[in-house]
Write a protein that binds this ligand. Sequence first.
Ligand SMILES: [Ca+2]
Ligand SMILES: [Ca+2]
Length: 371
Amino acid sequence: MNLFFKIFLIIILCNSTIQTLTAQKLWPGDVNNNGIVSGVDFLYAAIAFGTDGPTRTNTSGNWEEKDITTLWADDFPNGLNFAYGDCDGNGKINDEDLEVIEDNFSKIHGTITPDTYNTSTGTGAPQVRLEVQNTNIQFGDEIEVKVLLGDGTTPIQDFYGISFKMNYSTGLTEPGEEWEFDFANNNWIDPAGNGEDVKSLIFNDETAGKAELSFARVNQSPVSGSGEVGSFFIIIEDYVVGRAEKDTLDITITDIILINENLSSVPMATDSIQIFVHKTLTSTTHTHPEEFILFPNPSTNAITIEYPSQTTLEKVSLVDVLGRNFLCTFSYPNQGKMHVEWSPKIDAGMYFLLIKTNESSFTRKIHILKN
Ligand SMILES: [Ca+2]
Ligand SMILES: [Ca+2]
């Protein structure tokens, strides 16, 4: 080999090494590097929280492509390097990086690989539950929505973090109001109770009627248990002359991912709640959802609704957790009874009956079993 050829080869090799070293790029906040900043990135950051590594040359969390100057010693369980978790590039994964995720939330770059969720559509999975104290409130009120995970019969094993999305009715909540999430005192995901081991992030897009809540432990050790974790707060806008005197706020959980400390997920069942917003609260609401009896539930292909005979049923629709409508046939065997039948081809899982009467609207959960 002549000298020139050797030099030529060395130059080629050096070039390709430099290219390999500079090939990895990140977008601050997109910790799982899938093209979008979401609650899933918060979960990744929670896994790597508290670790240190080499700093980047470009230390800022601005939404622009950054070179990963040096890889970190640790990788996420899926092989992605911890360097992606250092959103601001200062060589530590800590609260400031969670702030970058919040600042850049829902921003996108390149080609998006959709995040993976593990939402159960069957029965038996532990549930993410939403609870409110009063389902009848007034315009201008603030609502506390409690978030609970699992229950005594179906607790959560090895909880590390969760992220889920919610769809809600638009045009009712106070514009420009950021939602906040507070951990409950002595909640089960934070047994030490000092607030150091848990973090949360809530993102709200009131125009789209979409919110995303994530919370996680950040000390690499999971906990098992069930029950209330915390609450988020929604402010209903004030009543203005001309608008309907009664409106309904529906909140439905859609995509859920609950992980252990190794990023493994278990299926979680969703929930939905309905809150009636009144100009003035009076005792004239005659129809109470609890007066409606649904049976059998679970059922394979039909259900009977028994309701107060003075009530007029105006509309009943069958929807799934994604809000898709399914065709049903209705019959009235006698006053105060409606028979609802759906196609035997429908998938087994959790569905909702949206029931509209002459006085109110509400949702009831039903489980459809395999035919
Ligand atoms: Ca991401
Ligand atoms: Ca950092």
